[in-house]
Design a protein around this ligand. Structure first.
Ligand SMILES: [Zn+2]
Length: 103
């Protein structure tokens, strides 16, 4: 397994659905769905899909009404702005690696 830290993206906030940047936006709302931060604009459509596919259990966090999407994402990151990219060797299983990391 090769694990490399790619970059420090600082306080850049981008919706993982529409790729629109929210770094300087005061827009409020949004959800964390699995590992994806979904912006207020995408949220209604996302919730529709989540309901349709019964994936409510993957909603990890919901942005409080009085919080901006940017602050919400920064809170989730907890100050760790580095993105890890994990490359699997042949035969390695991603769920085994997550198991190893959480131990
Ligand atoms: Zn979006």
């Amino acid at each position: 397994m090769i694990e490399k830290i790619v970059s420090d993206i600082g306080d850049t906030v981008i919706c993982d659905w529409c790729d629109i940047e929210y770094t300087n936006s005061d827009a409020k709302g949004g959800i964390l769905f699995g590992e994806k931060s979904i912006c207020p604009k995408c949220m209604p459509k996302a919730l529709e899909n989540i309901k349709k596919f019964k994936e409510e259990e993957f909603i990890k966090a919901v942005c409080p009404d009085d919080m901006t999407f940017k602050d919400f994402v920064m809170t989730i990151r907890g100050g760790d702005n580095t993105i890890k990219i994990i490359t699997l060797d042949k035969g390695e299983n991603i769920s085994d690696i997550f198991k190893k990391q959480s131990n």
